[in-house]
Design a protein around this ligand. Structure first.
Ligand code: SAM
Length: 251
């Protein structure tokens, strides 16, 4: 898979190419990265990429033309040009479903905003989707792009060494439960005995119960969504009646 990132700070993407699972997958050739700096698509001596907002107000706005030229160059370098995604707090929330959908795209172009954001006409003319990674404001879209690329790369076949992404949060509609490792007692705190029992069916049941409990506590919206998708069994509903007795369970 190929990612073309439009960014004023291409060095930030070494966080993916130089570390961990994404680095290994990059070395294996599972994904490749090209960065495009909007400054390289300016024509003035100062390589200007921003200007004051029409209508007044604080901050600067990224110019449409250098961004459009960068996107066109990036898409021109893709064998089959893929979707163009920009980042903004006002975008649609990024979800596991979107990550999985995009992981089968051959190429994506990601546009990282800075300053107060980018000229709306560029978004209207050149961008397919605007994505938010949460209800907070960062200084730029680079961290959002890093998060999206990392999440997609984990989904690429061969990227994860052992544990499959199928066991992780959201894969079955629930959050992941707690994990423990050696020593058996750490600072006086033990490990749930079932995990030491060697009884695989009991361990699997306990893990499912923990996932249900944590999801019901922290993200009741995910429990409702799992119900709508018929992902919960009668045994799951029984667990939910105990861990969140206040909530009405539909079986
Ligand atoms: N004026 C914008 C607003 O109030 O929504 C904030 C602009 S922010 C300071 C600069 C850039 O950071 C945005 O254009 C976007 O690319 C990126 N950004 C900031 N927070 C983000 C978030 N939660 N999700 C995705 N991108 C974000």
């Amino acid at each position: 898979m190929r990612f073309d990132v439009i960014t004023l700070f291409p060095e930030m993407f070494a966080a993916l190419t130089d570390y961990g699972i994404t680095r290994r997958a990059h070395e294996q050739g599972l994904w490749r990265l090209a960065t495009w700096n909007p400054r390289d698509f300016t024509t003035d001596a100062h390589r200007t990429v921003d200007d004051r907002p029409f209508g007044g107000g604080p901050g600067m706005v990224m110019l449409a033309e250098p961004l459009a030229l960068a996107v066109e160059a990036a898409r021109g370098a893709q064998a089959t040009p893929g979707r163009v995604i920009a980042f903004a707090p006002a975008g649609r929330p990024l979800t596991d479903a979107r990550v999985k959908e995009w992981s089968s795209a051959g190429a994506l172009t990601l546009v990282c905003g800075r300053y107060e954001g980018v000229d709306q006409r560029f978004l209207d003319a050149c961008v397919d989707e605007v994505v938010s990674i949460g209800d907070f404001v960062m200084s730029g879209g680079e961290i959002a792009a890093l998060a999206l690329i990392d999440a997609i790369v984990r989904q690429l076949p061969g990227a994860l060494k052992e544990a499959s992404a199928a066991d992780e949060s959201f894969a079955a509609g629930l959050l992941d439960g707690p994990h423990y490792t050696r020593p058996e007692v750490w600072r006086g705190l033990g490990v749930p005995p079932v995990l030491l029992s060697g009884h695989h069916a009991d361990i699997a049941r306990w893990r499912r119960e923990q996932a249900l409990r944590i999801t019901a506590e922290r993200r009741p919206d995910l429990i409702e969504a799992a119900r709508r998708q018929n992902l919960l069994s009668a045994a799951d509903e029984k667990v939910l009646r105990v861990v969140s007795p206040g909530r009405k369970a539909r079986i």
